[in-house]
Design a protein around this ligand. Structure first.
Ligand SMILES: N[C@@H](CCC(=O)N[C@@H](CS)C(=O)NCC(=O)O)C(=O)O
Length: 96
């Protein structure tokens, strides 16, 4: 959560507010794109956390059995080709 807020803080538009929740909600006023697959525990963790925070995603279903995560376009965004992957306004986040 804090990592997602950092680009806005560094951009300086509301730096110094000192309220991470406020900053996070401002930064996420546009929906985040979540590349996910339903049976994945890490994806479910992200979905549960988002529900608790009241966040909405554009959910982009990825079928691992069809190698959706191995397409050149997706691997360019996440060279580790893992799910979940969050994409928002050029900011891309995944966990190693
Ligand atoms: N530590 C990562 C692990 C993510 C991960 O391994 N996801 C699996 C699905 S549960 C995946 O994307 N596997 C496809 C691959 O590694 O190519 C996280 O928690 O996000």
């Amino acid at each position: 959560m804090i990592q997602l807020a950092l680009p806005l803080l560094e951009g300086g538009s509301i730096a110094g507010v000192g309220n991470e929740e406020y900053v996070f909600k401002c930064y996420c006023r546009n929906k985040l794109n979540l590349y996910y697959t339903p049976g994945s525990p890490p994806c479910r963790s992200v979905l549960l956390t988002a529900k608790a925070l009241g966040l909405e995603f554009n959910l982009i279903f990825m079928d691992l059995f069809k190698n959706d995560h191995m397409t050149p376009g997706f691997v360019k965004q996440n060279p580790q080709h893992t799910l979940p992957t969050l994409v928002h306004d050029g900011f891309i986040l995944w966990e190693r």
